[in-house]
Design a protein around this ligand. Structure first.
Ligand SMILES: N[C@@H](CCC(=O)N[C@@H](CS)C(=O)NCC(=O)O)C(=O)O
Length: 103
């Protein structure tokens, strides 16, 4: 979806209109992560998460994949999306994907 890509500073973010494999890196004391987790809950999404403070290997994994340790970071089909506002906007669109209505 070309209109969608224009919303984000990060290139190659898969569009939210199809089923995607998601993984959120976060830690609990992070207010930006809290906001994303609150949105995930209110949207009724079930997304696997890794805590980079509780699990040093998760932090190392995030660093190895992206060169950064910043959270929240949402992996969408293996593509990293940083920035809580961008993540929340993507998730709000993802919750409206056509296949979500069928489940
Ligand atoms: N603008 C970012 C800020 C994210 C941020 O500052 N995260 C902090 C934790 S609250 C962090 O990951 N700091 C460690 C690091 O950058 O390596 C967002 O809205 O997601």
């Amino acid at each position: 979806m070309s209109w969608f890509r224009g919303l984000f500073s990060q290139a190659d973010v898969p569009s939210p209109d199809a089923e995607r494999q998601l993984l959120l890196y976060k830690f609990d004391a992070c207010p930006f992560c809290f906001r994303v987790q609150r949105d995930i809950e209110s949207l009724g999404l079930d997304i696997p998460m890794k805590d980079t403070r509780l699990d040093p290997s998760a932090r190392a994994e995030l660093k190895a994949k992206t060169g950064r340790t910043q959270v929240p970071c949402l992996f969408i089909d293996g593509q990293a999306l940083f920035e809580s506002a961008d993540i929340s906007a993507w998730l709000k669109n993802y919750a409206k994907r056509p296949s979500a209505a069928a489940t």
